[in-house]
Design a protein around this ligand. Sequence first.
Ligand SMILES: [Zn+2]
Length: 223
Amino acid sequence: MTNNEDFLDEIGDNHIATNAKNPLRSDAFDISDDQKIELIKKDVESILKTLGMDLTDDSLKGTPNRVAKMFVKEIFGGLNPAKKPSASTFENNYKYGEMLVEKNITLYSTCEHHLLPIIGRAHVAYISNGKVVGLSKMNRIVEYFAKRPQVQERLTMQIVQELQKVLNTEDVACVIDAKHLCVNSRGIKDIESSTITSEFGGKFKNEATRREFLDYIKFDTQF
Ligand SMILES: [Zn+2]
């Protein structure tokens, strides 16, 4: 099964410790999503109880189950390789040879150090090597890797590496500009600051190509 092989690749002993892989245990998917929801529900209950919350209150009754489902099915759903977007590509029949940029992709992720939201925009570009992907595929790849406990640097690299694999070319780039609520709403409480990360593969390491990409993402699209 391809998904399982991808998964084993990802969590291979050599990879777990590298920055580009999420630190998953090898038994991460030995239990089902439903079993995880049951366990996490109890854990959330325990946290709220310890904080002194009254879980018999109608407003709080459903919270442990709601949070558990949200973790497993939504905000951390991208940990499961079975949910990876399909890798279908098309031949570049129209021989478009310039860069394609998908900009302002909405990004919601979660900081793995505080479990607080990362909110921002991803901008992705590639130069076709004979294969093209549907435009929404880039949004889906961003979404898939974002739905994990993440660090922004890793997320940026994972998006580029996945598109490089799918498109069979090194010529892929990604810039992410995002706010981390662990910085904006607590700790230093700097609401204005945002974090920019970038990964430039292949031709995008070339100064002129990189500049062209960065100029495009500054376009103020009107519609
Ligand atoms: Zn954080």
